[in-house]
Design a protein around this ligand. Structure first.
Ligand code: PLP
Length: 366
C-alpha cells in the first residue's frame, strides 16, 4: 500500500485549528452534537470486546431502515471511511480495475490509488448539472473491472441520481460481474425522496453510511457497510478483525441511542437544512459572481466563481480566511479547478452562515 495524505485531510479545519476560523463553511456535516443535545448520557457499560460485526441491537436499528436488509447484512465500521477502506482493500488489487465518479470524497479515490489498481474516472461537469451519465460509466467497464464506485447524495456537489439511474447502475454491475459501491453517507439528508439503499436492490451492490453527517456525531467513529452477499460479508469481517477486532463499545452504545431517536431527530433537522439551502440559494441569486447546481441532498454545495481568468484564486482563499475569517473547501480538495469551492451550510449557525456568505462576496471584490 502506497499511502499518501489527502489534501482535504491535511487542510481540514480541525487540523488548521477551529479557533482560527470565524465562519466555518468548510464542513460537510450538520453541527457537531453534544451528548446532552441528543438527550444522551453514558450508561455504565461493560468495556469488553464487543461482537465483531457490531452490537446486535445497533445492527438491527441500521437494518430496519430498509426492506430486505437483515442485521447480519450489516458490518459496523470505524466511520464510513473505515467501511470504504475495507471494501477497497478487500476487492481491489494491482491487477484490478475500478470505475469511479469524480469529483468525489477523497477516500473513494485515494485508497484505490494506494492499492495501485487501474482507475477510470467518469468526470462530472457543472454544465450537465453534475449528473452521472450511466452510458459513460458502462463505456468505462473493462474485463478486469471489479468495482464501480459512486456517492449519492454526492459530495461535494449535493446532487442525486434518480431511481432509474440507480437501477441502471445496479443492472450494469450485475451484467458486468462486478460490484457496485454506493457511498450513501448523506442518504438521510435527502430533500426529496430518499433512494433505497443499493444493497437492498442487489447482492452485487454494497452500501456505506455513517452517523457523522446527518447526525453530527463524527467523533464517535461509527459507520457501516451493508451487503447481502454472505461470503463477501465474511471477507469484510475478516478485514475488520485484522484492523481492530471489533468496534468501541462506547461508540456503539452512543450510536444505538442516536438511532433510537433517528426519526424525531430527522423530522426537526430536514426542514431546517432545507431552509439553510434556501439561504445559500438567495445569496447566489443576488451574487452575480457565483452560481451553483442546487443540491438535492447533503449539507454541501459546490458553487462556481465566475471570475476573470486573471483573477488570483490563491490570493482569494488566503484573503477570505485571513482577512474575512471564512473557510470553505477549495476545488483542489476534490481535484477540481479552484474556481469551484465546497460550501457547507449545515455546520455553522445561521448567523455564521450568512456572515460567511457575505464574506465571500466581500473577498471577491477586495
Ligand atoms: C461521501 C463521504 N463518505 C465518507 C465520509 C467519511 O465519513 P465518516 O468516516 O466520518 O463516516 C465522508 C466524510 O466527509 C464523506 O463525505
Amino acid at each position: 500500500m502506497n499511502y499518501a495524505r489527502m489534501v482535504i485531510e491535511k487542510e481540514a479545519p480541525e487540523e488548521y485549528g477551529y479557533d482560527r476560523i470565524r465562519y466555518n463553511l468548510s464542513e460537510s456535516s450538520i453541527t457537531d452534537q453534544k451528548l446532552s443535545d441528543i438527550g444522551l448520557s453514558l450508561p455504565d457499560l461493560t468495556l469488553f470486546y464487543g461482537e465483531h460485526r457490531g452490537d446486535k441491537d445497533l445492527r438491527a436499528l441500521i437494518a430496519a431502515q430498509d426492506e430486505i436488509i437483515s442485521p447480519d447484512d450489516v458490518l459496523v465500521t470505524a466511520g464510513a471511511a473505515g467501511a470504504l477502506f475495507i471494501i477497497s482493500t478487500s476487492l481491489l488489487s494491482e491487477r484490478d480495475h475500478l470505475v469511479v465518479i469524480r469529483p468525489n470524497y477523497a477516500t473513494n479515490i485515494e485508497t484505490p490509488r494506494a492499492i495501485g489498481c487501474a482507475i477510470s474516472y467518469v468526470d462530472l461537469a457543472f454544465e450537465d448539472g453534475f449528473a452521472i451519465d450511466v452510458a459513460r460509466v458502462a463505456a468505462a467497464i473493462q474485463p478486469n473491472t471489479r468495482l464501480i464506485s459512486v456517492t449519492c447524495p454526492h459530495n461535494p456537489t449535493g446532487t442525486m441520481m434518480d431511481r432509474a439511474d440507480l437501477d441502471a447502475l445496479v443492472a450494469l454491475a450485475d451484467s458486468s460481474n462486478c460490484h457496485l459501491l454506493v457511498d450513501e453517507t448523506y442518504r438521510d439528508l435527502s430533500y426529496g425522496r430518499r433512494l433505497p439503499s443499493a444493497a437492498s436492490l442487489s447482492t452485487r451492490a454494497i452500501s456505506v453510511s455513517s452517523l457523522s453527517k446527518a447526525f453530527g456525531i463524527p467523533g464517535i467513529r461509527i459507520g457501516w457497510l451493508v451487503t447481502r452477499d454472505k461470503a463477501l460479508q465474511e471477507r469484510f469481517l475478516a478485514a475488520k478483525e485484522q484492523i481492530g477486532i471489533c468496534g468501541s463499545v462506547i461508540d456503539e452504545g452512543i450510536a444505538r441511542g442516536m438511532l433510537e431517536r433517528r426519526d424525531s431527530f430527522l423530522a426537526t433537522l430536514l426542514p431546517e437544512m432545507a431552509r439553510r439551502r434556501d439561504i445559500v440559494q438567495a445569496w447566489i441569486d443576488r451574487e452575480p459572481l457565483v452560481d451553483w447546481v442546487r443540491p438535492e441532498g447533503g449539507v454541501v454545495g459546490f458553487p462556481r466563481l465566475n471570475v476573470d481568468p486573471g483573477f488570483d484564486l490563491d490570493r482569494f482563499y488566503v484573503n477570505l480566511l485571513e482577512n474575512h475569517g471564512t473557510y470553505v473547501g477549495p476545488g483542489h480538495w476534490f481535484e477540481m479547478p479552484k474556481h469551484f469551492f465546497r460550501v457547507g451550510f449545515g455546520w455553522p449557525t445561521e448567523a455564521q452562515l450568512r456572515a460567511g456568505l457575505d464574506a465571500i462576496s466581500a473577498a471577491l471584490r477586495r
